[in-house]
Design a protein around this ligand. Structure first.
Ligand SMILES: [Zn+2]
Length: 127
């Protein structure tokens, strides 16, 4: 019997089956592992943090600074953020989009201005 992925001969009883494919032990572990060689960040995190759940550790340093600033200020405007972080607006927008996707931050209108604040910040009383 041969491994479907790498073609190595598998000893009887040593084969592993995953999604209907016969794999050798190595390829099987490879498929099950969340850290893929094509994802350097995942490999890096798994090494740095011993494979334990990461939480805020999965944020980039810039994203962590954004969170800190928002925690400090209770929410602030985009130009203030890009100024404090010395980021180009386009770069900042990209980081914010990622954070929004993770439900770490959100935007809200305060007196008609767009503010960025932490996801769990209580909503402003008046719209
Ligand atoms: Zn294999």
């Amino acid at each position: 019997m041969k491994c479907r992925k790498c073609g190595v001969d598998i000893l009887p009883g040593e084969e592993r089956e995953l999604y209907g494919e016969i794999l050798c032990e190595d390829c099987y572990m490879d498929r099950l592992s969340p850290a893929r060689p094509c994802d350097p960040w995942a490999v890096h995190s798994a090494k740095s943090f011993g494979g334990k759940p990461v939480g805020e550790n999965e944020l980039t340093p810039v994203q962590r600074r954004i969170i800190e600033l928002l925690r400090e200020t209770g929410g602030t405007e985009l130009p203030v953020l890009s100024d404090r972080l010395r980021l180009k607006p386009a770069d900042l927008e990209r980081e914010l989009a990622a954070l929004r996707h993770m439900e770490k931050i959100r935007a809200e209108l305060r007196s008609g201005k767009k503010f960025i604040c932490l996801w769990d910040t209580p909503r402003a009383e008046s719209a």
